[in-house]
Design a protein around this ligand. Structure first.
Ligand code: ZN
Length: 392
């Protein structure tokens, strides 16, 4: 092996360079560490010692000296928010918004996070204030409007919801026609509960103007017309609903029968029941059909209807209708009365509508799900009646 003389020079030189660079690196790290304010370490130490409020004070001092540490504040704010410590998250985000020396982008981000802190804490008036500010301009504009719409709905502020939905239609080119129609229906129903018939009528007309074939608006229009003594207009509304949305027929069968009876149109009532028995024989429809048949043809005719229903759909609801018929035949039998009462109660308890989206169960038909907040998410048949609809 040949030994070259220049090795004697190169090896010590490389060693010296390595030594120098090691020292430089350590010096650089020392310098960087010195640049981190003491408050940063104090904040960390306080956070680890489970003293978050004092830690927040320390971190606020850090951002005053070094705005570059802003990410730390966002992370900390989100951490407190996720842990449900909203007052702490609010404090951090409020501080960031008030820092005039921070870039607008950072302050807007803090405002968006503050709005969500208030929303999660259930402080809606403050959340609305923040989202309103965000909705004026900037990258958070459309998300802020969508959040505002959710809050207005949660608070049942339907006029406010209409205004926000209109802004979303204009600014985000989104279609909120169905929502707006529902909001007018909510206002109409509220007016009807307050016995303000004129206002209820006005709102339902606005709902129909927004969505001329809205099943809910047509159903309400019929209800209001019948309450005002105009059975013809009521029947027209419900027939229009049935025509435009056959799925909603089970919800208006009883209304239509009542409307035709009010008009003295026995054939109309009879036809409605006959068609409902063919299209959607729910236990409510079977009950209506059984009662009519009993009035007209007695036990035999009513028994045939119930027997057929029990055969094709042996549900608890239809069993309850069968017991109801027994009760009509023998009204003085106390034992029968007890059993029929119990069955009816149990059938009503079990007969529930279920949201398609989140599975939330409800005894009555709902246009908006209390579980997920979705509109029109309930099928128009109760769970136990789902099998009655003939597949098209
Ligand atoms: Zn739901």
């Amino acid at each position: 092996m040949e030994f070259e003389l220049w090795y004697l020079v190169a090896v010590p030189l490389l060693f010296a360079a390595g030594w120098y660079l090691r020292g430089y690196d350590a010096k650089q790290r020392r310098k960087e560490t010195e640049n981190l304010p003491d408050n940063y370490f104090r904040g960390l130490s306080l956070l680890l010692s489970n003293e978050p409020d004092k830690a927040i004070d320390a971190f606020i001092e850090v951002v005053k000296i070094d705005p570059e540490t802003i990410e730390l504040h966002h992370a900390l704010g989100n951490l407190f928010c996720k842990r449900g410590e909203f007052d702490r998250a609010i404090r951090i985000h409020t501080h960031l918004i008030n820092r005039a020396d921070l870039p607008d982008e950072d302050r807007l981000r803090a405002l968006s996070e503050l709005a969500n802190d208030y929303l999660k804490a259930g402080i809606y008036d403050k959340a609305i204030e923040c989202f309103e500010r965000l909705s004026k301009n900037g990258a958070y504009r459309l998300d802020a409007l969508r959040s505002l719409l959710r809050i207005r709905c949660t608070e049942h502020d339907w006029n406010g919801a209409i205004e926000v939905a209109r802004r979303l239609e204009k600014e985000a080119a989104e279609d909120h026609g169905t929502d707006i129609s529902h909001f007018h229906c909510e206002l109409a129903a509220a007016a009807a509960r307050a016995k303000n018939a004129a206002e209820a009528e006005r709102e339902v007309n606005l709902a129909l103007l927004e969505q001329p074939n809205s099943p809910r608006a047509l159903m309400l229009a019929g209800d209001f017309a019948l309450a005002a003594g105009d059975a013809r207009r009521a029947v027209e509304s419900w027939e229009a609903l049935r025509k435009h949305s056959p799925d909603h027929f089970p919800l208006v069968v009883r209304r239509l029968v009542k409307g035709y009876e009010a008009l003295g149109d026995e054939e109309g009532a009879e036809r409605t029941i006959r068609e409902a028995m063919a299209e959607c024989p729910t236990s409510e429809v079977v009950e209506e059909a059984m009662k009519r048949a009993f009035r007209k043809g007695g036990e035999k005719e009513a028994g045939a209807i119930v027997g057929q229903a029990m055969k094709s759909h042996p549900t608890l609801g239809n069993l309850s209708v069968a017991m109801e018929l027994r009760q009509l035949v023998a009204p003085d039998d106390p034992q029968l009365q007890g059993i029929a009462g119990m069955l009816k109660k149990e059938s009503d308890r079990q007969g529930r509508y279920q949201c398609r989206k989140c599975g939330f169960l409800s005894h009555s038909y709902l246009w908006q799900c209390p579980g997920c907040g979705g509109w029109d998410t309930y099928p128009t048949l109760r769970v136990q009646d789902m099998s009655v609809r003939k597949k098209g």
